[in-house]
Write a protein that binds this ligand. Structure first.
Ligand code: SF4
Length: 187
């Protein structure tokens, strides 16, 4: 069992390296791809340079360079936060969203889809999710989980999809409920 776990860890490591390495697709380097993916999945409270740095376990300076490059390519917009004038909000442009359709991660997902049954993939996903949870705990990192599974998520009992965040005291749409959040705490 232990050898199998070591082999699985080696495979994950090799796959990650292969996805991150090689030619930068469309002139986008691995760090820039990671930022684009985060901005596509994060809710409006989390699309900030600080949350991006936390998610990537990176420094503010490195993330700042990544964002400058993405802005100059017309893939990301930076603007003053509507909730806090001292803060900045980030947003993907329509070109940024289009760029994600060529994300190298899609090829890995396709390969995984071809490699096993739905049940096999579901159990692999659960194993990886559990390993991620343990790694986050060891690193004292935030989970960045999905809003709907947060202890502060207040579901709209009427079924109209008008949910609420009990922490930030803000409304949440149905779509936002499926996004990830820097403040998320598992229920
Ligand atoms: S309910 Fe939780 S995950 Fe959702 S916005 Fe509020 S703090 Fe973030």
């Amino acid at each position: 069992m232990e050898n199998r776990a070591v082999e699985a860890a080696r495979l994950v490591d090799r796959l990650v390296r292969l996805v991150r390495s090689g030619v930068s697709r469309q002139g986008i380097n691995p760090a820039q791809w990671e930022a684009l993916r985060f901005l596509a999945r994060a809710n409006r409270f989390s699309r900030t340079p600080a949350a991006l740095a936390d998610y990537l376990v990176s420094t503010r300076g490195t993330v700042s360079q990544t964002l400058i490059a993405l802005e100059s390519k017309g893939l990301v917009l930076r603007r003053q936060s509507s909730r806090d004038r001292r803060s900045v909000e980030l947003e993907l442009t329509s070109r940024g969203l289009e760029m994600l359709e060529t994300d190298p991660l899609i090829e890995l997902a396709s390969d995984l889809g071809k490699s096993g049954s739905d049940d096999g993939l579901a159990s692999t996903t659960e194993i990886l999710r559990d390993a991620l949870r343990r790694a986050l705990q060891r690193n004292d990192s935030r989970p960045f989980g999905v809003c709907r599974s947060c202890r502060y998520f207040r579901k709209d009992a009427s079924g109209r999809g008008k949910h609420h965040c009990g922490l930030i005291d803000e409304p949440l749409s149905e779509k936002e409920s499926d996004l990830i959040c820097s403040e998320q705490q598992p229920a």
